[in-house]
Design a protein around this ligand. Sequence first.
Ligand code: HEC
Length: 615
Amino acid sequence: MRTVIPVLGAVCMLLVTAGAASRLQTGPARGEQIYTQYCASCHDQASPRIPPKAALQTLTASRILRTLDFGVMMNVAYPIRRDEREAVARFLGTAGEDAGPSPASFCRAGRQVMAGAPANWTGWSPTPANTRYQPAGAARLTAADVGRLELKWAFGFRGDVTAFAAPTLVNGTLFVGSASGAVQALDAASGCLHWVFQANGPVRAAPVAVSDGGRLVLVFGDQIGWVYALDARSGARVWMRRIEDHEATRLTGAPAVHDGILFMPAASWEETRAIDPQYPCCTFRGSVTALRVRDGSEVWKRYMVDAPVKTGATRVGTETFGPSGAGIWSTPTLDAARGVLYVTTGDNYSHPATLTSDAVVALDLKSGRIVWTQQTTPKDVYNSACGRRGANCPEDSGPDHDYGAAAMLLRADGRDVLVAGQKSGVVYGLDPDQRGRILWQARVGEGGVNGGVQWGMASDGRQIYASVSDVGRLPAAPDAPPLGDAQFDPTRGGGLTALRIADGGKVWFAAPRPCDPPRPGCSPAQPGALTAIPGVVFSGSMDGHLRAFSTDDGRVLWDVDTAKTFTTVNGVEGKGGSLDGAGPVVAGGMVFVNSGYPRFGGMPGNLLLAFGRPD
Ligand code: HEC
């Protein structure tokens, strides 16, 4: 069964932009103007490496849009607003849709959705404390088993160069988004396809399975600001709504769900829009929106900063706005006992700095009121223009030490500890009973713009596991496009540390290993989220390897290289690459992991891999 929304048709209604109405012009002229400004310098020249304009004109508009959103042109497209991307895609491309999945990739009659064994992983973490820990009963995999894991199947995301969507597993069915916006229900044992739903934008957030009356619904957001609820059995849409009207909105964190309400965090692309010196920076505000699972209606909404006002102009005369930023990239952490929700925030994009950036913030579950804020890096005002000291880079810019990872609510020595890891390379233990007072802090990496703890730590209740990116770059060519494309240092980055929960003391450190062989896009960095089961912590690396480490001493129990070609069950040409973003999901004796992450210069790939014990 398939449910498909025509991509461009559906997104046309969301051309709402903040602070830039004068630039809005639609129709082919607008598309041509964007082409001349952003594409012609490459695509109008004769080069064997670059497809000419005539070749682009044979592609569908939706394919071109995908290429800009999370495809091979994503680095080029950072400064290009959503409406501009749509205009240039329509100007260049043909109408109609790309080919869908091959009929052979669908499950045969008789294989039912969610009819398997009840071993589940739903959302970002199996528990609302966000520990990414799968207990023995649901994992059905032990430290003794992991050395024998073998590939069961590989699934290829058609037309994609990145595989970054966090899967959710319910009773033998895997629900997973993709860069193309296709959300698919797969049979966990074989990888055959039950249904496909086409979202408006790319989907990388883990779908959260929630029971609503008699049925199970999946709730998730996409990378352009839409939230969806789907019937898990059929893939049919129950409701959808856009929760922010800012064009640069991105919904990367999965919602937290409690008592029929979902809490959706919002972050944005606006930092990269600021690369364009003409862009009026900045107006996006991080937020949490509480919605009823039943119908998507709003219960409350809390912004992390006040509404922006005009603050002046840059050295090239572009107006500036602020406050802005403090986006929320990760899943909120539920603390029902205290009646609060913890979120972690990113930097401010423009002045004035606020107390809610680079912070752990507790919100009242009922009203969204801010109960307390613990800011660990003050005055971090930064945007992507700063990489090259562009006109939009704020004065006295900060270090870009966002929190990307969710906080974990843990317990040690009879008290709760809220643990948060930052891009600064520091992990904090906070006291949830004393307004987030810092109990301890531990440095686990150097930190930086692409450094420190990025996607998430894990904890088995005994220890905290924290891996770092700390990706090292070789100097970029002077004419390289902003962001991405720089070559990695194959010897720098990565590392996994085990910490005590009570005091943050170090228990062991598993040193990263240099790329072997050193291939383009390879780095030992370990920015991806970790996953723990009893005795084992899994960590993917930008070198393409997924490794299982012993929680006793950090020794490697299993190591598989995913950066190669695989035969896929759905007949799509499949290649693996860097591991980053959402970490592996373990349930029912199987390990599911994405491979391919070219953003920031890593190795591209389009695979979802499933490992299990030998039969
Ligand atoms: C800096 C040079 C450069 C700029 C600027 C650029 N491109 Fe490209 N583009 C390339 C190269 C090189 C490739 C081939 C990449 C590859 O295949 O790995 C490519 C590939 C593509 C493809 C993929 C074609 C296919 O067969 O899948 C599309 C679509 C595309 N570009 C669209 C655009 C659009 C639209 C713009 C402007 C918004 C743009 N590009 C700007 C260099 C550029």
